[in-house]
Ligand binder design. Structure first.
Ligand code: NAP
Length: 516
């Protein structure tokens, strides 16, 4: 069986015990094993700080951008291999695998181009300067310089490629070395991806290290110049961000966590209109893509009285046409959940939701998958529930079921009530609104904008990729329950890895130093 090793301090570390076995979630066959036992995390951090950081800071933004573009190109050459690993270990269909693998490559390429645009600089200007007294003898200009520590990235099981790439691209372009850790259960794709990048020789020594398995004392060793970015469940985030050394040294911590995202159908959208069709196609895809294992998946669907019947009927018809099973079978449109634990948690979650909802579509139980051995595989079919008490804070608003499961919620058609219902989840990564009525949308933004990190607007003629897609140019992250973090968003994504410095002095010196 393949042994997944960690790449630390310039060597591949092979553990001898405490292995976690990775499986194919469609067949439950073992595919690899992983452990980090015996790894020297102090040595890894030292290598990043002594070698990786200085080498990166020697390069300009433009040079780092060139490297990111070359890394994206190298990964494209291995696309087929990475998609196959994603299917084997994450149970992804070709489309779902592409969402992860090509999405990751896309993030690297976009940040590569941003680096080229930022050009021949080693620090950035932040806005225009300000005169502080009556003359130019005292002037202020903000600049941003790379932090001189290490960026430690911990990722969730559902996006082994994109999760690595979107975080790495930002830290690397900013000039910080990275230690990345994928979730152990689905580390196969991320391990190979990092192996390809390391073997390419494109990166300066110490710029990228990989932990497969437990992180030991790694996080306890972080200090003032380091950055910690985490994606995963709210419970793990709470435990990790509360570490004493992180709090004591004011380490920048970014958290991307759970989110009960909502899709809202406004009352102006007529059945048969393009916006109605977009709503149905988007929501059905957001429930079933990656078997609902997306932090940005739609979990709550708000329907106004006049449209509830037609929208429910159209959604059920779409979901009923989704073939669930082993992605190795060509007829399959939706794969399994990624692990036995995830299956157990999703079934527990459905049972919890069913205490206050009715089943509209699906079984609420594990099913056998097409093309998979009977009784094997972590399959849950598309599942639609309906709540008759949408304004009460039932589990629908706080129990994230990480699978192809969503709940229909009736509302009175007003933007105010829609926003109040969406807010019951206490912060989302994305909320989608389908409407052609700009007054309604503006009212929703005013009432509910602060409860989400991204507002996706579907209308007649819009060509969105669905609310679940995170574009590198647009912010990813949301308030409250969603973690309170912010990643990507073009140049904004570099912010955690840069220290803003207010340069003050005579205007001419300040501007010469800053390169204004
Ligand atoms: P998880 O159980 O919280 O694990 C996330 C990561 O944390 C894994 O790499 C895990 O490693 C690591 N981890 C767990 N305990 C740790 C500890 N004590 N010290 C260091 N690392 C530790 O979450 P998951 O099951 O992988 O992912 C599903 C969750 O992630 C869902 O709730 C989903 O909403 C959320 N998610 C959010 C986003 C977003 O961008 N907001 C994106 C994707 C997923 P091991 O695997 O080795 O335990």
């Amino acid at each position: 069986m393949k042994n997944l090793t960690s790449y630390l301090a310039g060597r591949w570390h092979t553990a001898e015990r405490d292995f976690h076995v990775l499986v194919d979630p469609s067949t439950e066959e073992p595919v690899a094993q992983a452990s980090s036992t015996g790894a020297d995390f102090a040595g890894a951090l030292e290598w990043a700080r002594r070698s990786g950081g200085p080498a990166l800071r020697e390069l300009t933004f433009g040079q780092r951008g060139e490297i990111l573009k070359a890394v994206a190109k190298k990964l494209r050459e291995h696309r087929g291999e990475l998609l196959a690993l994603s299917r084997t270990n994450n149970g992804t269909t070709a489309g779902d695998g592409s969402f992860d693998v090509d999405g990751g490559g896309g993030a690297l390429a976009v940040y590569g181009n941003l680096g080229l645009a930022l050009g021949d600089r080693r620090f950035l200007l932040d806005g225009a300067g300000d005169q502080l007294v009556k003359t130019e003898a005292f002037w202020s200009q903000h600049v941003e310089v790379p932090k001189q520590g290490v960026a430690v990235h911990i990722n969730a099981f559902n996006f082994p490629a994109w999760g690595f790439a979107e975080k790495f691209a930002c830290a690397f372009l900013a000039g910080m070395p990275v230690v990345t850790k994928p979730a152990t259960a689905t580390a196969l794709t991320a391990h190979r991806l990092v192996e390809i990048v390391i073997e390419s020789g494109l990166l300066p020594a110490g710029a990228l290290q990989l932990v497969v398995g437990a992180t030991g004392d790694l996080l306890d060793r972080l200090g003032a110049q380091d950055v910690f970015a985490f994606t995963g469940s709210a419970a793990t985030a709470l435990a990790l961000r509360a570490k004493r050394n992180l709090l004591a040294a004011s380490v920048h911590v970014n958290v991307e966590a759970d989110s009960l995202n909502a899709a809202v159908l406004a009352p102006d959208v007529a059945p048969g209109s393009p916006a109605f069709a977009l709503f149905v196609a988007d929501v059905a895809r957001e429930v079933t893509q990656k078997a609902g294992q997306k932090c940005t998946a739609v979990r709550r669907i708000l329907l106004p009285p006049a449209l509830a019947g037609a929208a429910t009927e159209a959604l059920v018809a779409r979901l009923a046409g989704t073939t669930t099973g082993n992605p190795a079978d060509e007829s399959v449109r939706m794969g399994p959940l990624a692990t036995a634990d995830q299956l157990r948690d999703a079934l527990d979650g459905i049972a919890e939701l069913l205490a206050t909802t009715d089943l509209v579509h699906g079984t609420g139980r594990r099913i056998d998958g097409v093309g998979a051995p009977a009784g094997k595989g972590y399959f849950v079919g598309p599942t639609l529930l309906r709540s008759e008490t949408p304004r009460e804070r039932t589990p629908v608003h706080y129990r994230e079921v990480f699978g192809p499961v969503a709940t229909l919620l009736p509302f009175d058609g007003s933007a105010a009530q829609a926003a109040a219902i969406v807010a019951l989840a206490e912060g989302t990564l994305v909320t989608s609104v389908y409407s052609n009525d700009d007054t309604w949308v503006r009212a929703f933004l005013a009432a509910g904008g602060s409860t989400t990190g991204r507002l996706y607007l579907g209308s007649d003629g819009s060509e969105g990729a669905g609310s679940g897609a995170c574009f590198p140019q647009s912010q990813h992250g949301g308030p409250g329950r969603a973690g309170g973090g912010a990643e990507l968003g073009g140049r904004r994504g570099l912010a955690p890895y840069l220290q803003r410095v207010a340069l003050q002095g005579h205007r001419s010196l300040v501007e010469r130093v800053a390169g204004v």
